[in-house]
Design a protein around this ligand. Structure first.
Ligand code: AMP
Length: 282
């Protein structure tokens, strides 16, 4: 019973755990787990008694022509990895279980989804907030864990939780990177060797811009231009966006202050990679 597919069943399990006074942690994922996901699961296990990992490739957050069909799916491998990191249960619903015939309700945040990935992937965050809201209603966790790798997603989920009075804590977790700096992502598997090598330009540019800020640069436009120019030296890279924004509300900032988010999305062949860095300005 480690993998549960039915909403009814998972509710029964969670109710029993809660009757025993257990704290429930939820880690929503689309599967094909890597160290980034596992770091979330480990943290959830440290802070809760019972950890649910959802594995669901959510069709409503993919746009037309995106990789919904080809997204890697390997439930058996994922279950083993999740278990080894401390998960107590994997929730793996079918699309029909989550969106049965006649399904007709969506959750949508505004403004903060107009830019960054929200601008490049219209409808994406509407799918994310809808599925995450459903997962919260199904599992009713005390805490839910999200990676800072998807920085805008964290801001959007926090906004939804605040606005809809959801009674749980959102815990953002740091980005896990390979030794060479590239951020772990299930989509890295799409990259060929050349693209994988070229992809390094993202973390390199981010680390370099962090250094520039640490050395006193406070002009957001200069940082943005530096990153764009740096990425453009890589022939395989096709920039989707590079933005320097306030980390809390995602508004553009020119003079860097407070907590800053440098976020970017770049295509290598057919693969769109995102990466970001949060920097506290002292
Ligand atoms: P995904 O399966 O890509 O939807 O990701 C599920 C969760 O894992 C999200 O909260 C992601 O932000 C998080 N995540 C993905 N990659 C990483 C990473 N490299 N480091 C930390 N968290 C990550």
């Amino acid at each position: 019973m480690f993998v549960v597919e039915a909403v009814k069943k998972i509710r029964e399990v969670i109710e029993k755990e809660k009757r025993e006074g257990k704290k429930i942690g939820l880690v929503p994922t689309m599967g094909y787990l890597h160290e980034g996901h596992l770091s979330l699961i480990r943290k959830a296990k440290e802070e809760n008694d019972f950890v649910v990992v959802s594995v669901f490739v959510n069709p409503t957050q993919f746009g037309e022509g995106e990789d919904y069909e080809s997204y890697p799916r390997e439930l058996e491998r994922d279950s083993k990895l999740a278990k080894s990191a401390g998960a107590d249960l994997v929730f793996h619903p079918s699309v029909a279980e989550m969106y049965p015939k006649g399904y007709n309700t969506y959750v949508e945040t505004y403004k903060i989804t107009d830019k960054l990935c929200g601008a490049s992937r219209p409808g994406h965050f509407r799918g994310v907030t809808t599925v995450v809201c459903k997962l919260f209603n199904i599992v009713v966790p005390h805490r839910a864990y999200f990676g800072q790798k998807d920085a805008q997603q964290v801001v959007v989920i926090k906004q939804m939780v605040r606005d809809l009075n959801m009674d749980l804590e959102i815990i953002p977790c740091p980005i896990v990177r390979e030794e060479d700096g590239i951020a772990l992502s299930s989509r890295n598997t799409y990259l060929n060797d050349e693209e994988r090598k070229a992809g390094l330009i993202l973390s390199k540019s981010l680390f370099k811009s962090k250094e520039m800020i640490e050395n006193g640069e406070r002009d957001g436009l200069k940082i943005k231009d530096f990153i764009i120019n740096n990425i453009q030296t890589e022939p395989l890279a096709k920039i989707d966006y590079v933005e320097v924004v306030d980390a809390e509300n995602l508004q553009d900032i020119e003079k860097l202050q407070g907590e800053v988010l440098i976020a970017l999305a770049v295509k290598f062949g057919n693969t769109r990679l995102i990466d970001n860095m949060r920097i506290k300005i002292s």
